[in-house]
Design a protein around this ligand. Structure first.
Ligand code: PLP
Length: 426
């Protein structure tokens, strides 16, 4: 039996205007009490989510949507996955919060052991945290301690978070610009994916680079897939120059691209890997996992950790992550993403025929459809929402629509949603 046959899913059902009356009622309060920078509000946006299951989202007006975003590539095992929810509940009633870096929990040890087992090669020692940005910051700090160097190489279009530390390696200029005076300027930025000879030349010309940080598929930068063998080439260059290699698998991890981690497809092991997003299917947890020899550059704790946070190893997050990993394995979600991705790629490729789509690229269930401009992409996102499909704009210019559904999406849901998107394009 194919894994898809064990999964049921509903199609869209729109009962009101979108956004519906209750969403419209809630919007002014949001505007009054939340920083106006957070949520984009206009005539067509946003809808307020009320509940979700599998690849379906229901809004406060009772409209049901097919979600092609996975809520930022997070809900890989399906929204509100019941096994993950039960694990959080069981843990919450026993021990909701512990003392991350003082008195640990057994569930944290179980998660750390599991991460060492499932991540590639000899990656095996971990810092846990809550957000992706924190995981990247821990990776940058680790690379600094390991090399005694304080500059980084990163890619244009890269997204590694918006904390002040991660802005140093952010390749999307609009996020850096307002804070540029405070952001380190010595980062070497490369085009994604610059030819390996260029990377080698640029890195060779610098002696101050601690590490090169790279997304195996560039996600928010517009879902850009490097050529086969690219990551292997980066590994060789970094090894020859004594530069550490950091893979940011926060978006690509946990089955999204057709293997548990995207770097497995190139057979490459980084020195440090960052994971987050889909790790616990929506419960906030992230991790920085390194080769033991690299992680051990950190001094043993003398009673005060140099790097920690209040929620490090939160027991509910660890329990959720363990249950979620069980679900990924039980439903064979990497294989499922690979299988569905082949058919999805063919459908998206066919959209090019009428000239309104510039191209589509992706791997597994991580695809980007490129339009001539951001206005067109925005219109399609809004029209699709009214028709019952949730989509997200991506790319530094906003002219890409990313498709990163829950990996449990059924074939029927996926292709129905693509049909609706195609109708909106036309
Ligand atoms: N790295 C990558 C590749 C991401 O896609 C993201 C978020 O989209 C981050 C890091 C930052 O994660 P967070 O928003 O949890 O801080």
């Amino acid at each position: 039996m194919k894994p898809s046959e064990t999964i049921t899913g509903e199609l869209e059902e729109i009962r009101t205007a979108v956004p519906g009356p209750r969403s419209r009622e809630l919007t002014p309060a949001l505007r009054s009490f939340e920083s106006r920078n957070v949520t984009f509000v206009d005539r067509d946006f946003p809808i307020f989510w009320e509940s979700a299951s599998g690849a379906n989202v229901v809004d406060v007006d009772g409209n049901r949507y097919i979600d092609l975003t996975g809520a930022f590539g997070v809900a890989n095992t399906g929204h509100s996955n019941p096994y993950v929810a039960a694990a959080i509940h069981d843990q919450a009633v026993r021990l909701m919060h512990g003392m991350g870096d003082v008195h640990p929990t057994e569930v944290k040890v179980q998660l750390l052991e599991t991460l060492a087992r499932i991540t590639p090669g000899d990656l095996g020692k971990t810092f846990l945290a809550s957000t992706g940005a924190e995981a990247v910051e821990a990776a940058l700090k680790t690379a600094m301690l390991a090399t005694g160097k304080f500059a980084f190489a990163a890619y244009r279009g890269a997204y590694h978070g918006l904390s002040l530390g991660t802005l140093a390696v952010s390749g999307i200029e609009k996020f850096r610009a307002p804070f540029a005076e405070f952001v380190p300027q010595q980062t070497l930025f490369l085009d994604y994916p610059a030819p390996l000879e260029t990377v080698n030349g640029e890195l060779s010309a610098r002696s101050d680079i601690a590490a090169l940080i790279v997304e195996p598929v560039q996600g928010r930068g517009g879902c850009i897939v490097p050529p086969a063998g690219y990551l292997k080439g980066l590994r060789e260059i970094c090894d020859s120059l004594g530069i550490l290699l950091i893979f940011d698998e926060i978006y690509t991890g946990f089955g999204r691209t057709g293997t548990l981690f995207a770097c497995e497809q190139d057979g490459v092991v980084p020195d440090i890997m960052c994971i987050g997003k889909a790790m616990a299917n929506g419960f906030p947890i992230s991790a920085t996992i390194a080769r033991p020899s690299i992680m051990d550059v950190w001094p043993e704790s003398p009673g005060e950790a140099l790097h920690t946070s209040t929620y490090l190893g939160n027991p509910m997050a660890c329990a959720a992550a363990l249950a979620n990993l069980g679900e990924i394995e039980r439903m064979q979600l990497p294989q499922r993403a690979k299988h569905l991705g082949v058919a999805l790629g063919a459908r998206l490729d066919a959209l090019r025929a009428d000239g309104k789509v510039k191209g589509a690229r992706g791997r597994g269930l991580m695809w980007g459809v490129e339009f001539p401009d951001a206005k067109t992409a925005e219109r399609i996102v809004k029209d699709a929402l009214k028709a019952g499909v949730i989509l997200l704009q991506a790319g530094p210019q906003g002219n890409v629509i990313s498709i990163t559904p829950p990996l449990v999406i059924t074939e029927r849901q996926l292709f129905r949603a693509i049909d609706i998107m195609s109708a909106c394009i036309k």
